[in-house]
Design a protein around this ligand. Sequence first.
Ligand code: IDP
Ligand code: MG
Length: 150
Amino acid sequence: MIEKSFVMMKPDAVSRRLMGPILSRFEEKGLKIVALKLRTVDEELAKDHYGEHSDKPFFDGLIKYITSYPVLTMVIEGDEAISVIRKMVGSTNPKEAAVGTIRGDYGLDTGRNIIHASDAPGSAKREIALFFDEDEICDYSMFDEPWVYE
Ligand code: IDP
Ligand code: MG
């Protein structure tokens, strides 16, 4: 099923000039970028986005990290995009993330783990609505679709 996922390159990815290489991975996979925006995240939005973690010991540090520097927010579409992108992202702790995943290749610390991606259809819907207006999401086809999908 064609799905949309919310993906965010975190401040460390932006500051370490990894936006291009990471974006290329999604393009090369055959996924479609349907929205893309460099922005800063204020405390209110960060706390809303990470609300499920509000009672965790790392919460304050997480909010400080996410609000500290611009992030690159995206909506990415494709067949089973939510689980496919989570696999490309890798485990939360970059030291445990498999080599070949984004976190496994670019990170070393859970508190600087490069990228966020929605973990389920419900969270994808919520996160996309939190970060994008409907008219910012582009509906278009790519010329190579018959070569990506049978
Ligand atoms: P996920 O991003 O792989 O879904 P979650 O467990 O949902 O991981 O945690 C959300 C984010 O909170 C992580 O991506 C990471 O930035 C941060 N985080 C999670 N656990 C820790 C920790 O133990 N120390 C510091 N930051 C953490
Ligand atoms: Mg999560």
